[in-house]
Design a protein around this ligand. Sequence first.
Ligand code: NAD
Length: 366
Amino acid sequence: MNKIEKSVDVAVVGVGRMGRHHARTYKQMDAANLVAVVDHDIERAETVADEYGCKAYRTVEELMEKEPSLKAVSVAVPTVYHPETAKPLLKAGIACLVEKPLAGSVAEARGLAEFAEGCGTVLQVGHTERFNPAVRTVAAMDLTPRYIEVDRVSPMTFRSLDVGVVMDMMIHDLDIILMFAQSPIKKVDATGVSVLGEHEDVCSARIVFESGCVANLTASRLALKTERKLRVFSEEGYVSLNYASRSGIAVRSSQSNVNILSQVRQELSEGKDLSDLDYTEMINIEELDMEVPSGEEDPLTAQATAFLQAAINGHQPAVTALEGYAAVDAAERVVQAIKEHKWVGRDSSIISNEDINAAMRQTEEK
Ligand SMILES: NC(=O)c1ccc[n+]([C@@H]2O[C@H](COP(=O)([O-])OP(=O)(O)OC[C@H]3O[C@@H](n4cnc5c(N)ncnc54)[C@H](O)[C@@H]3O)[C@@H](O)[C@H]2O)c1
């Protein structure tokens, strides 16, 4: 990414859990001049404004009226309010970085993407994981994936319970596998369990792409530990990433690995006993270099830098509204597949996901 030469007037709308990070990020960047924060909860807005030395407003209308030089805004209000918050800004030609998911439904996500397109204003979606150095390293390898496996599990935080684990957590990975697979989705199978409320807290999904690539995704917000792992089996080799520790390894289909494996195949076909061999010592395993350009180690800063560049130059943002829409579409298909999943009971009755969840809640109440 190129350095931004001049400073741009920016604001953050919604300074709850996520919006505060956007405000802090802009405050630390030379390329951004944080002029204001907006929150319906004006005390909250004033607290954040005091911390970062900017103005506080209660509404977007007030912001637009009082800050005519504004060029770019982060929208970090709850997802259901993304469209109504972003539209007046986009209409006024102010670039928007809208937090993920782009909207609460496929119809709204498509509507917002089309609205931004109609206004000719930049709309980037806050799929921050794209800027994780580990993900950027794998994306730069330009793999042709055949099978992808992703695990994203963590203990319950009691936040974002208004949506299920698919819209809350799995959507990060859906965006990433869509970027890697570069193919339309053909089929989705999924099962999920709701323990604490109406929405699923655990989900396992299997997505088959038109290209034949298959992705297995697991997301849980009821785990006993935090784990974020991605494995890609591709024509070019195998890659395993740990998002959280930003570490990873690759086993490339290099000539030396190919030679070793063909020798093993030959010896196995001759009936040799290879049980004393250590497979991991035979193949060439590379530690992946997660180096990113200086100043872009933090995903939120890298995301904001890409956004401001797009806002200034008017070019296509790093994560487009259409990609944000595709991730919401994939998430809705997973949620729908959970609803359609059926089990056969002990008495041969057909049990739906709702039946299982209702039974679990009854058991808990007893
Ligand atoms: N990228 C990520 O990893 C990540 C992580 C968490 C949340 N998010 C997303 O960020 C968004 C915000 O989530 P959060 O957890 O910060 O929510 P939050 O409830 O903590 O904060 C939302 C804030 O917006 C304010 N608000 C609500 N409606 C408003 C309006 N119309 N105008 C101005 N202010 C308004 C609320 O008063 C609150 O302060 C959601 O879309 C969520 O999905 C993204």
